[in-house]
Design a protein around this ligand. Sequence first.
Ligand code: F6R
Length: 605
Amino acid sequence: MCGIMGYIGRGDAVPVIIDGLSKLEYRGYDSAGIAMYQDGNLEIVKKKGRLADLVTALGLTDKTGLAIGHTRWATHGVPSDNNAHPHADCTGRIAVVHNGIIENYATLRKDLILEGHDFLSETDTEVLAHLIEKYYTDSLEEAVRRALSCVHGSFAMAVISKDEPERIIAAKKDSPLIIGLGQGENYVASDIPAILGRTSRVYIMEDNEFVVLTSDSAEITDINGQPIEKEVFEVTWDPVSAEKGGFDHFMLKEIYEQPEAIRKTLAGRIQGGRVDFSALEFDEVFEKAEKIFIVACGTAYHAGLVGRLALEKLARVPVETDIASEFRYRDVLWKPRDLVIVISQSGETADTLAALREAKRHGIKVLAITNVVGSAVAREADRVIYTHAGPEIAVASTKAYITQLVVMYLLALYVADLRHTYEDKKLTGLASELLYMDTMVEQVLKEHNKVKKLAEKYKGVQSTFFLGRGLDYAVAMEGALKLKEISYVHAEAYAAGELKHGPLALIDKGVPVLTLISQDKLVEKSMSNIKEVKARGAVVVAICKENLQEECQECDEQILLPRVNPILAPLVSVVPLQLFAYYMAVLRGADVDKPRNLAKSVTVE
Ligand code: F6R
């Protein structure tokens, strides 16, 4: 995710900004930039690539007491010099850095262009610069307040003006922002590591808070200008744990970032109870597709399994989900109106890319779902839908998976709407339930201690099984993969009904069987499978919906999930499995973020 660093004070801003941005590198970025006050003007330098490229482009700079800098993780527009932040208004009077997503940027941009503003980038952020310009007469603070009242979405932003070099204006909603308090100098940053070593005194900004920062003061108000008294937070973290936001591992941090990742991926995509992907200009393909092939690897493949069931149920299109390394060598019976959907967090996975190329070679339309703007699959597919999970650093995928699920649901709702295959009221109902899934995931995260205790109990086991039916089976596969890849415990996922056709022979006394029970209609069937394994001495851990706990009483342990629509249940049921894998790995002393033999991006066949 992007990083912000701003400085105002009696020192030299540029080295402070570069140092701060380097401490935020762990957040992932593809370009970097800085705006600094020099001789009565704002000078902006920005570069695609690493911070080192920015430093080279900057060369030697004169001392200045005011600058804002940014590392960008592309969301709107490819990584490029132009799309890098800071963004300026038409006159070069102001400069803005921003993290988050301006959901209504397309409308705002259209209006601003009609009013005569010139845009230089493809970003959503640039509308902020022009909006502020529009409202700026003599008070930058007022102009920023007015501009922010026009935008929908999330922001952590900082703005400077050449006409008011004694202040930085910053504000936050749904993206992190902190203020560092120094002596005769102050800082604004998207995360604590950026200011560590300079000050330990910070304000953690809350949503809808607004700050006017000078060298000697930080005045915080709400969005309407009412003063807010904030407590200073004393940071005691060491630099390494600070990068992980106080979490012990990136994986745990990313598990906890899932509610925010869901919000960002949904942002602006559901309007008036309906999903809107019309801007893709792919409606005809969605409407006429005879068959959809979803192709991916590993965790992304598991997201595709959920996608298949959602698309078939809602949009009534035949769907096949396949592993990319198999699909690329299959002799697929292509029909001209088929659609291929490739899912890839990195957008660079060799097998997924090869499957995409194979489809294109046969003249088949390809839609990519990826987390990385400008990645190979994004460039080569006919259309792309981005997940907005932010950079995923741990090798084991968690927040990227959950956002892939979100996109699959959005797509299923959209295609169903286009094809009129699902009752209108139910469609809008499901869309509004989707909008609440971030809070449902937050609720499940509160169960972490219970999951940790389970891991403590079972940390010594050799082998585990994961069972489920329907959507629960798809999630069981993901749970088993997580456990084996980071804790090195043998884990197998089975469709619950398939067990007695062979694998039941492996069930022995004390073997943990994690069973997902979120599909109300299948609960009785699952219970009979549970009886089969219990009769062989297995210990059964049920991950079950609150309303089904009565039926699951025979299980040895229960982790409860909130009462959600069965179709959407994978979004909550995967969370305890991610936590279980995480705690098992920690307790067994494994290297959680960098499991043996594995790489984050698999660019070889
Ligand atoms: C497992 C995991 C992998 C990836 C797979 C595909 O936690 O992360 O299974 O899902 O290597 O990677 P992407 O999504 O980048 O194509």
